[in-house]
Design a protein around this ligand. Structure first.
Ligand code: 2HG
Ligand code: ZN
Length: 461
């Protein structure tokens, strides 16, 4: 440990684990984006709130930037450390701190993986309903920092809805206890909600008190094959009016091809351009009959060409894999990712404009569409041709993102629906938020983190 700043950190916090080996710097310095070369100063892995406060105070003394770090499954570069920052990994703060049956809340440390949170809730006969494919690796602190969405937003909303209280270390090292799990608290600004989605730029989330809820009734999972894009929203409107939906997700034939090549099992024969995986409450025969009737009606209307219903949990998991396995199946192609949203009512018009735009601008690239269509949230992954240099590919994609951002602006949409702005979407923040809003964001940042040491360069410069 030759760096004097690190020597002083080790001296101030003698029990603190610090990593400085190149392999660890690389591992902890990047997230699921692969665009930036990791180059942190070191990685600190505190085990207590006091240690986190000590690290933040040390950072202030020495002017060292910090990158708060969870599971690093993010797709916007929010957890990348490429400029000599200290990575502040919450990985070792991963315990359940308490369950309150009267409040139905679970208090956990920020480094706990989402799946472990879900399991801890289940052990109490309840659920923590936010869910998505990275559940095993992402951390609840990271979910809070990005206001993560996922596959059940349609029923349960985003992470924001489930945070009853937060403990946060602000940029000066002070510990803030935000909302203390109160259901009703009309006593001024709600900093808890401000911290959610702030991407580590206002404070380090160290603990969270999560609201839990009753498990849903037994459900059924269906895979639907659709003949054209317009059928997506027709089927969605029909299913939503007749069934109690837990999820309504779509992908294209291109996505299906990749996920099948990656080991998922084919569930329907034939070629179809669009697919939906939907899950809905089906506690009794009446609910199941209603689902069948909705399905048949959609077939009669020409909105559905084929479908499969899972007959067992294993089959349900296999259908879900067709949707949840997409990101992993594309990773080797170094995809350029867009994660955009518009109001649900604006989806049909937006889809048509996007299709025209992407067809025109990307004639030679493979473009994969999928996502949470029922929330107005689309993921557009553009795959890099093997023979194209990374920088050229990104430059071409950035050009299209500018056009896409303008289209989104015209539709009142957002350039980041659920992945955050991070480094990847920073140039486009202004397409989603007004100048006045961004100026206020900078002002808020200044108040929480006067020296600008928390995740600098993310969200805005
Ligand atoms: C999903 O919905 C994730 O599967 C990842 O948000 C999306 O890889 C992506 O673009
Ligand atoms: Zn998603």
């Amino acid at each position: 440990m030759t760096d004097p700043r690190l020597a002083s950190l080790a001296e101030q916090l003698p029990g603190l684990r610090l990593f400085t080996a190149p392999a660890e710097l690389e591992h902890y310095g990047r997230d699921w984006t692969r665009r930036w070369t990791p180059a942190p100063l070191a990685v600190a892995l505190p085990t207590s709130v006091e240690e986190v406060q000590g690290i933040v105070r040390w950072a202030n003394e020495h002017g060292v930037a910090l990158v708060p770090s969870g599971g690093r499954t993010g797709l916007s570069g929010g957890a990348v450390a490429a400029n000599g920052e200290l990575v502040l990994s919450l990985e070792r703060m991963n315990r359940v701190l308490g369950f309150d049956p009267a409040d139905r809340t679970l208090t956990v440390e920020a480094g706990m993986p989402l799946q472990a949170v879900q399991e801890a809730a289940k052990a109490q006969g309840l659920i923590y309903p936010v869910d998505f494919a990275a559940r095993g690796s992402c951390s609840i602190g990271g979910n809070i920092a990005t206001n993560a969405g996922g596959i059940r937003v349609i029923r349960y909303g985003n992470t924001r809805e489930w945070i009853a209280g937060l403990k946060v270390v602000a940029g000066n090292g002070e510990l803030l206890e935000l909302n203390r799990a109160l259901v009703k608290n009309s006593s001024g600004y709600d900093f808890r909600q401000l911290l959610i989605g702030s991407e580590g730029t206002l404070g380090v989330v160290v603990e969270a008190t999560l609201r839990l809820t009753d498990p849903p009734p037994p459900s059924q999972v269906m895979l639907l094959a659709l003949p054209h894009m317009d059928a997506l929203m027709e089927v969605f409107a029909l299913f939503r009016s007749r069934l109690s939906l837990q999820a309504f997700e779509f992908f294209t034939d291109v996505a299906l091809r990749h996920v099948l090549a990656h080991g998922a099992q084919r569930a329907l024969d034939g070629e179809h351009p669009y697919y939906v995986v939907t899950e809905f409450d089906a506690a009794d025969e009446r609910a199941q009959e209603a689902a069948l009737a909705a399905f048949e009606h959609a077939v009669e209307q020409g909105w559905i060409e084929d479908g499969a219903i899972a007959q067992s949990e294993a089959q349900a998991a296999a259908l879900w894999r067709l949707r949840e396995g997409i990101t992993e199946s594309l990773a080797a192609h170094k995809p350029y990712k867009n994660d955009v949203s518009v109001r649900i009512g604006a989806v049909p018009a937006f889809l048509h404009e996007m299709q025209a735009l992407l067809g025109r601008e990307y004639p030679h690239f493979e473009v994969v569409w999928f996502g949470h269509i029922g929330d107005g949230n689309l993921h557009i992954n553009v795959l890099k041709p093997a023979d194209l240099a990374d920088a050229d590919f990104i430059a071409q994609c950035e050009h299209v993102t500018k056009l896409l951002a303008a289209t989104l602006k015209a539709h009142g949409g957002s350039i980041s629906a659920e992945h955050g702005i991070g480094l990847v979407k920073k140039p486009y923040l202004g397409s989603t938020r007004s100048e006045a809003e961004v100026a206020l964001m900078r002002g808020v940042r200044q108040v929480f983190d006067p020296k600008g040491l928390l995740n600098p360069g993310k969200l805005f410069d």
